[in-house]
Design a protein around this ligand. Structure first.
Ligand SMILES: [Zn+2]
Length: 226
């Protein structure tokens, strides 16, 4: 049984617990994924409507994000320790793929866990025969396989579109939050991966489409929710 529930398919009790986890810095590597006043369901509906409005299949967007993150993490070897031992310098390598330049930073400086997964305060880790095992407590809402399904992240990635001279930033956990849950994080939070802006930066909608929908959206929606 694999639980990969979309935010919009959660039952009210599951939503409530996922919201409190999304607002808990312990779950999210020191950050929050949802503002105090915003509802998880509102965020998910809002983002769903954005994809409808610009006529892009969310799955295509998620796939593009996954591919770029994969290139960056596979070819980057960017944590300072391995960079130094392998290449003789401390720092992060920049990876070029098509019009994109990417670099991975903050590698292994934090652990962020999916807010639809079990609460980290309830997870018990153990090591047996060199393998990391874990068990979860009673408070699992059964909406996400969590740690067992890449529901955690430990680095951040910058992506620049050199053609547009625009850049974006994401935690590597976003691949999971998007694909498993249709969750782009709350408006106004640090790791919000706004679909409209990022469709533009990833070259999936035209600049004029971005500009016209952005103006319309600002008219309809005022975040002010942090
Ligand atoms: Zn998850």
């Amino acid at each position: 049984m694999v639980w990969n529930k979309k935010v919009r398919d959660l039952m009210p009790e599951q939503l409530q617990k996922a919201e409190s986890r999304a607002r808990d810095p312990r779950q999210n590597g020191g950050n929050v994924f949802l503002g105090k006043k915003e509802a998880l369901l509102d965020v998910a509906n809002f983002d769903f409507n954005t994809f409808l409005a610009v006529d892009v299949n969310p799955a295509d967007f998620y796939k593009k994000v996954r591919e770029l993150v994969w290139h960056c993490k596979t070819n980057g070897v960017t944590d300072s320790f391995s960079c130094k031992s392998r290449y003789g310098y401390t720092g992060h390598r920049v990876i070029d793929v098509g019009e994109f330049s990417m670099t991975e930073v903050d590698h292994r400086t934090h652990m962020a866990f999916c807010p639809l997964g079990p609460p980290v305060s309830d997870v018990v880790f153990s090591v047996k025969d060199g393998k990391l095992n874990y068990s979860v407590g009673e408070d699992d809402i059964k909406a996400c396989e969590g740690i067992g399904n890449n529901g955690w992240g430990d680095s951040n990635i910058y992506i620049e579109n050199r053609k547009l001279n625009k850049s974006t930033f994401l935690g590597d956990l976003m691949v999971h939050l998007l694909e498993a849950h249709d969750f782009c994080e709350g408006q106004g939070t640090r790791f919000r991966f706004d679909p409209l802006y990022n469709l533009y930066v990833l070259g999936m909608i035209k600049p004029e489409t971005y500009e016209s929908f952005r103006a319309e959206r600002e008219r309809l929606y005022n975040p002010g929710l942090a």
